[in-house]
Design a protein around this ligand. Structure first.
Ligand code: NAD
Length: 501
């Protein structure tokens, strides 16, 4: 395999660099377990260089001073470059992450092009308050300004798309960024840096460094030259980052874990719900923060739902992620598969009934594959109903009444995504208002669009990706006040000393 290994470098201050230590890290294809690439294994000193470059580009460079229209033109260049190379980029993402080529080529990449175009256009419409005499003595207006240097830390499940969701709005609004992809899936993010260079971002505006989260992540989240940290990752990582960034009081944008309820009422279209359950449960191998991962099914249709879900699960085609007829590729890593296996064991030990799957498929000698898995008889207090598994494991719970299912669905530390399947409008409206999640979908589970916000309630984090709300995350507002009186001693000065004039 050695001759097929690609060597990638990091992108700091417009230069392609190795780690200062010369160390590299091997990148594995989870479908074959072969080493496909090596990337720099950066250290604190490399992280500091990238931060300094972004700081200098923000404080002394032209990017934050350019008009929204000028910045938009660079982002639109980037969108076109990505569009022209989607086949190759999707293939690289699939080989690095294990996701199916269908998901990467028809989902993540075209969507990211639309995301970039949205940010490019929407950032031109951002406004502050119009100028006005809110005090009779002067004129006030609000400026909306970039936050500064943003550390952007991404997870391994959607490496490319999360980099775009972070860098897109941050750059469109005039910030400079240091992007750190997850250690196991850095390849397309490094390609993003190449495309940014071609698109015309000035040097230092976009920096990409690779290395262990605990080391360079810690530097990115505590270095005083970083103004804001934006991370998509596990809730436990979000907590660490909050602690770590508290000494310099950084602005935070945290997109964290999820445990999305998928609630099916007796009056739902059962076929639609079952197909929706399989699609939203096995999406991206179940490694999706909005994955349907707790199925609450009303008692009248419970047994038929489980039976049909098993039938649907049997149709899922496991195989080489680069084949267009594969539905489920390998999990991202051996460690992730072991984590999923441990949850299957918990499910069995805690008394849930394994209806389907639950093991490694026998026909693959290599690759971190795991079968689609269905559990019935799951109770609210079982680990598989409460904790994020992040794999193709679908736990099905039974409920009887509306208030009961609202309470059970909300009984979680997470609050990212949810769905309700019913033909009763009143039930749908009631749940839409009572479910404490950043998204509630009725008779579907997953669809997202550039115009709508994505982000959590509770310990799924705070701050929104996509939509104009994401642009607000990466800006801050400033009150500018112009004295219009010209008075040397102003009317209010007596409050501090002397008497009224
Ligand atoms: P993770 O938390 O292990 O890693 C995320 C990133 O944080 C990686 O780049 C990692 O290197 C870095 N990191 C780790 N420790 C760090 C530290 N101490 N300081 C700074 N950075 C550190 O998450 P993951 O396993 O890569 O991704 C899966 C998780 O991401 C799941 O919990 C999933 O729900 C979540 N996720 C959330 C969303 C969302 O929009 N809310 C989207 C995708 C994934």
């Amino acid at each position: 395999m050695g001759e097929n290994i690609q060597f990638f470098r990091n992108y700091i201050d417009g230069e392609w660099t190795e780690a200062e230590s010369g160390k590299t890290q091997k990148i594995i294809n989870p479908a074959t377990e072969d080493v496909i690439a090596e990337v720099p294994k950066c250290d604190v000193s490399d992280a500091r260089k990238a931060i300094d470059a972004a700081r200098n580009a923000f404080d002394n460079g032209r990017w934050p001073l350019m008009t929204p229209g000028e910045r938009s033109a660079v982002l639109l260049n980037l969108a076109s470059l990505v569009e022209a190379q989607m086949d190759e980029l999707a293939r690289l993402e699939s080989m690095n992450q294990g996701k199916t080529i269908k998901q990467a080529r028809d989902g993540d990449f075209p969507f990211s092009v639309d995301n970039i175009r949205f940010y490019a256009g929407a950032a031109r419409t951002l406004a502050g308050l119009p100028a006005m005499e809110y005090m009779s003595t002067g004129t006030s207006y609000v400026r909306r300004e970039p936050v500064g240097v943003i550390a952007q830390i991404t997870p391994w499940n959607y490496p490319w798309m999360m980099a775009i969701w972070k860098a897109g709005p941050a750059l469109a609004t005039g910030n400079t960024v240091v992007i750190k992809p997850a250690s196991v899936t850095p390849l397309t993010t490094i390609r993003l840096a190449e495309l940014c260079e071609k698109a015309g971002f000035p040097k230092g505006v976009v920096n990409v460094i690779t290395g262990p989260g605990e080391i360079i992540g810690n530097e990115l989240t505590s270095n005083p030259k970083v103004d804001m940290v934006s991370i998509t990752g596990d809730t436990a990582t979000g907590r660490k980052i909050m602690e770590r960034s508290s000494s310099t009081l950084k602005k935070l944008h945290l997109e964290l874990g999820g445990k999305a309820p998928f609630i099916v009422f007796d009056d739902a279209d059962l076929e639609a719900a079952v197909k929706g359950a399989a699609a939203a449960g096995y999406v991206n191998g179940g490694q999706d923060c909005t994955q349907a991962s707790r199925f609450y099914v009303q008692e009248g249709i419970y047994d038929s739902f489980v039976k049909k879900l098993v039938e649907e699960s049997a149709k899922v085609r496991i195989g080489d992620p680069l084949s267009r007829s594969t539905d489920l590729g390998p999990l991202v890593s051996s460690a992730q598969r072991e984590k999923v296996e441990s949850y299957v064991l918990y499910g069995r030990e805690e008394g849930a009934k394994l209806e389907f799957g639950g093991k490694r498929p026998e026909r693959f000698r290599k690759g971190f594959y795991f079968e689609p898995t269905v559990f019935s008889g799951v109770e609210q207090d079982m680990k598989i109903a409460r904790e994020e598994i992040f794999g193709p494991v679908l736990p099905v719970l039974r409920f009887s009444g509306v208030d009961e299912v609202i309470a059970s669905s909300n009984d979680t530390i997470y609050g990212l995504h949810s769905s309700v399947w019913t033909t009763n409008v009143r039930t749908a409206m009631k749940l839409a208002s009572r479910l404490r999640f950043g998204a509630v979908q009725i008779n579907d589970h997953l669809p997202i669009t550039s115009e709508m916000p994505h982000g959590g309630y509770k310990q799924s984090g705070f701050g929104k990706d996509m939509s104009v709300y994401s642009l607000e995350e990466y800006t801050q507002i400033k009150h500018v006040y112009f004295d219009m009186t010209g008075d040397r001693r102003k009317g209010w000065h007596y409050l501090t000393y002397g008497d009224p004039a």
